[in-house]
Design a protein around this ligand. Sequence first.
Ligand code: PMP
Length: 436
Amino acid sequence: MTADAGDPLGWVAEELERLDAEGLRRPTRVCRTLPGGRVEIDGRELWNFGSNDYLGLAASPLSPDREEGAVLTGAGDSPPDSVADGCERPLPYGRASALPCGATASPAVVGRSPEVAELERTIAEFEGTEDAVVFPTGYAANLGTVSALTGPGDAVFLERDCHACLVDGARLGGGRLRVWRRGPGWAGGLPKLERELQKAADARRRWIVTDAVFSMDGDAVPLPGLLELARRYDAAIVMDEAHATGVCGRGGRGWWEACGTEVEDAPPTDPRVIRTGTLSKAVGAAGGFVSGSQSLCDYLRHTAKSHIFSTALPPAVAAAGTANLRWIASPAGAAARERLERTGTRLTRALRDAFGVDRLPGTEGCPIVPLLCGDPNAAVRASAALAEAGFFVPAIRPPTVPRGTSRLRVSLSAAHPDEAVDDLANALIHLLKDAA
Ligand code: PMP
């Protein structure tokens, strides 16, 4: 079919047909998150192994803040018997339904709402930094931060698989972009980055930009080695903790905290590392953030365009973020994290026993468990068969992952009962061994 000469957008339909033919067209589903690790997709209820709701907070209702002052430490002073028991989080400012769902204008024009101001204070306290800036989304936080900090004359070293918003931020910034790969293993890839850093000695500034935990691979960046290079070559690191906040580290503060014992200066004292994150994954709300020094945060409030020119986070969402972060830092949050890690280890081991380590490149204990299929159509068929068996596991295809590496991406939640995870492992083994 060729485009109609009178239709300037005829090529759009042709592009969609091409995506269809290559197995890359994505379904436009209606998906309702349910409590307990379940989801309703197009009217059908399934186990949800496709969300980033790692702690099961997204669909778990917040309770009104009944006791003044109780909110500061979060609910649950002792570990819960089950995740559902331990999920009670008091909502600051009372009921979510009583809080505005609109923020009316950009914070640069009307200022921050009290709920966003409290969220920023809570994030700074959580991260152990002087201040934090909240953006409408994690995408906006990375886009705004990287584009505001980097500029012409700078060298920006992007990890190959880092998230699109970091790449877009670097492009907008206008620095010279270089791609590096973390490579397999803890230190893999760093020698190549070092050579690139050596070549950029004359750059105005050097920036190493990376995800902390890689969303499609379930592995983490070798932070101690990276920090050593950053110190040696006078570079700064922008690290996106999107999949690590709430999941990694004893207090759930992310990969930076998890690496704390291996990094010479205890966190969070190194001004070379600028940490960004999102409240939309383990935190179970929405919004993005940057944490750091007072001057960094003030600078970003004045220069990050996605902050200045976008309406702020709605107060109701900001209050949910605050309540959930406090829960994450509480003993109940720590218990949920431990449970998540145990589940991740069990699933990865079971699948590696069946399929071999080459098809499961992730890291034991990580809640992101990728199972490589190679061909996009094979991944889509496997995902459809799993849905028939009662499990939602999305097929991940290019451009989200490189060609030839289409996969199933299992993401675990502390809300999943053990039996559901074991049933999923059995279904995967049964369906994919049969398909081979
Ligand atoms: N960074 C990473 C690594 C992500 O995976 C995502 C979401 N897919 C984002 C940033 C964007 O976060 P948000 O969804 O809050 O915009």
